[in-house]
Ligand binder design. Structure first.
Ligand SMILES: [Fe+2]
Length: 301
């Protein structure tokens, strides 16, 4: 299976995370103990959603729910103030607002002095077709200076689609499957504390060396555009890869990046900085049958 096909399929259905090989030793400690683990970004991220606590829309269907919690430093205790929390999820019919200026069911919040954040919204529903449904989930991106931006998803206990979904049934997602409490007034509540993790960060100057347009050495029609947003490197989305906006890459060291929630063994991006300003990008994709596909891109100058 070609990586491009794999991506459009896996990112849409999120069957991306293998059950093993995801909790990894980063050289000093096992990642995934107290930190909030990452999950696939999904194809429906949009930046710059409005800052607001309530995403509820009058007259639209859906169970009202409040999502509350704290953003914590990597000691899992100290509140992180003014972290940026972006939340996005589908409506009561399983659709995302990918276009309108209303940014329906999308919002940005900042944690307060005690690290608290809160969103009032509706409980998302599972979406998909046939036998292929994603369990209901919230998408979140947390940006906190000093930490690598975190992309993750929250699921809900009792959802029958969890066990069929590779991302949601991954051991790393266990702590992100949350109990929904029913309150006396008939509304619902769910709580989740996010623990940030210090991962390797790319120096802003180095990131400048990596952004730009890349073309495959073998196929001139196969192009990637890399850009910078906040402190992360992104691959710009296009119509063929199922990621309208794009996908962020996490730096794992040694000029290598991975996609959030996707094991490095499945997909990795390694940059080679060569003399005379030549930058090559080696993308290695291994499908579930173990077949490896290596694509070498060179940056346009
Ligand atoms: Fe989603």
């Amino acid at each position: 299976m070609k990586r491009r096909t794999f991506l459009s399929q896996t990112i849409l259905t999120a069957v991306a995370v293998s059950a093993s090989g995801f909790i990894r030793f980063d050289g000093q400690r096992y990642v995934g103990e107290c930190e909030t683990t990452s999950d696939v970004l999904g194809p429906f991220y949009r930046p710059n959603s409005p800052v607001r606590e309530s995403l509820r829309i009058k007259g639209e269907k859906g169970d009202p729910i409040e999502l509350i919690g704290k953003i914590l430093h990597d000691d899992c205790m100290t509140p992180y103030k003014k972290a940026k929390i972006e939340l996005w999820h589908c409506d009561g019919d399983g659709n995302y607002d990918n276009e309108t200026a209303d940014f329906k069911y999308r919002g940005t919040a900042y944690s307060d002095n005690k690290g608290n954040y809160c969103f009032k919204t509706i409980l998302p529903v599972p979406y998909g077709s046939g036998d292929d449904y994603r369990p209901a989930h919230f998408h979140m991106m947390i940006t906190a200076e000093g930490y690598q931006p975190l992309v993750t998803q929250l699921y809900f206990t009792g959802d029958p689609w969890i066990e069929k979904d590779k991302a949601a049934s991954s051991p790393t997602a266990k702590k992100r499957i949350l109990e929904v409490q029913s309150l006396k007034d008939g509304s619902k509540k769910v709580a989740y504390n996010v623990s940030m993790a210090k991962k390797l960060a790319v120096e802003p100057a180095s990131m400048g060396l990596l952004v730009g347009n890349y073309t495959s050495e073998k196929d001139l029609n196969n192009k990637l555009e890399l850009f910078r947003q906040d402190s992360q490197l992104w691959i710009k989305g296009d119509k063929t890869n199922g990621m309208p906006y794009g996908v962020n890459l996490e730096f794992v060291g040694d000029n290598t990046f991975q996609m959030p929630g996707m094991p490095l063994e499945t997909l990795s991006f390694n940059f080679q900085l060569l003399p005379y300003g030549v930058v090559k990008l080696v993308e290695t994709f291994t499908d579930d049958k173990g077949e490896k596909e290596v694509t070498i891109y060179e940056r346009e100058r």
